[in-house]
Design a protein. Structure first.
Length: 337
């Protein structure tokens, strides 16, 4: 496979591969992945030219960070970009006492939400120890959205904008990390954070896709103005843009509602007209926006990873995108490849 092309990461002195490797699956989300499969995927990603890896303490209660470090520790550290997250501390505990859902056979740690200054500093040190690596390039404040925190979200957000922000800003000023940001499921939370603080980047899960372009109104234009990079995860909206509108298709981790199924079927009709795989359109659409230099894709097998890479390089005619816009299936102002 050819190496994935590099894009500048917003205003920061970093270049990232347009295709990033997301590590929630190797944290055993929903079902277990063995050690060999995990490492095989990292090595296949590396051999394909992927040089941006994202993990988090939350993923598998530490397991994802451990596996990330195991697979990358013998690589030249200057050759790849690594991001992880703050906002959760891990405390050792007996496995039988830990509530793991949605993780399976995960790490022997309980998880505590904590966005204070001291906890954020400790979280960074703990992540370095778990990974066995000497540095982290990008740190995201994790899950300060309503999707995760519910009615507590306004207070959680305020605490993070004070405590975690102060810690990350200090680490950036000291040159310990190169970029700091927020990783959430809602573009509105990213927008509010960028209005309040001088963040470099955001990790946005599922809110800028072939099905959703609300972020074009306010958030992405502000990112362009401020030079903030956006990493998009969940480009398949948790399933339906990979599987198509099949019975039981998932959208945002639940069964897709009728209106989403209908919209996807219409997009699939255009895909059939131009012989474009739906997942290929979904992946390539995301990184066409100038504020989005890369996206994160999590896979469970080497075969899935190779399939994603194939979709990402599939040639798509310009007329395909023109037709989607003409049929009002994507926003007329959305940048396209």
């Amino acid at each position: 496979m050819q190496p994935q092309y590099k894009n500048k990461f917003g205003r920061v002195d970093l270049n990232v591969s347009a295709f990033g490797f997301g590590t929630a699956p190797v944290g055993n989300i929903f079902r277990e992945i063995d050690e060999k499969t995990s490492d095989d995927m990292f090595q296949a990603a590396w051999n394909a030219g992927i040089r941006f890896f994202d993990t988090a303490p939350m993923y598998g209660h530490g397991l994802s960070e451990y596996r990330t470090g195991y697979s990358l520790r013998w690589k030249n550290r200057d050759d790849f970009i690594l991001s992880t997250k703050v906002g959760r501390l891990l405390h050792p505990a007996k496995k039988e006492t830990i509530e793991y859902a949605p993780w399976t056979n995960a790490g022997r740690f309980e998880v505590e939400f904590n966005y204070s200054y001291d906890a954020t500093m400790r979280s960074v040190e703990d992540s370095l120890q778990r990974m066995g690596l000497e540095s982290i390039d990008i740190l995201f404040i994790h899950d300060i959205d309503r999707f995760t925190r519910g009615d507590e979200q306004p207070e959680v957000f305020k605490t993070a904008m004070d405590g975690s922000w102060k810690a990350l800003s200090k680490l950036r000023d000291q040159g310990v990390v190169k970029a700091i940001g927020v990783g959430v499921n809602e573009w509105e939370v990213c927008h509010a954070a960028l209005e309040q603080r001088d963040f470099d980047c955001f990790l946005l899960a599922g809110r800028y896709t072939l099905l959703e372009q609300e972020a074009l109104k306010e958030f992405l234009p502000l990112c362009e103005k401020r030079g903030a990079a956006v990493v998009v995860g969940g480009g398949f909206n948790s399933g339906i843009l990979a599987t198509g509108a099949i019975p039981g298709a998932k959208y945002n981790y639940s069964q897709a509602p009728a209106e989403i199924m209908s919209r996807v079927k219409q997009i699939e009709n255009v895909c059939a007209e131009y012989n474009v795989p739906l997942p290929a359109a979904a992946l390539q659409f995301v990184v066409a926006h100038p504020a989005i230099p890369t996206f994160m894709a999590g896979t469970r097998t080497v075969e899935q990873l190779e399939q994603n890479l194939s979709w990402f390089s599939h040639e798509i005619p310009e007329e395909f995108w023109t037709t989607l816009k003409a049929k009002n299936l994507i926003n007329e102002n959305a940048p396209t490849p």
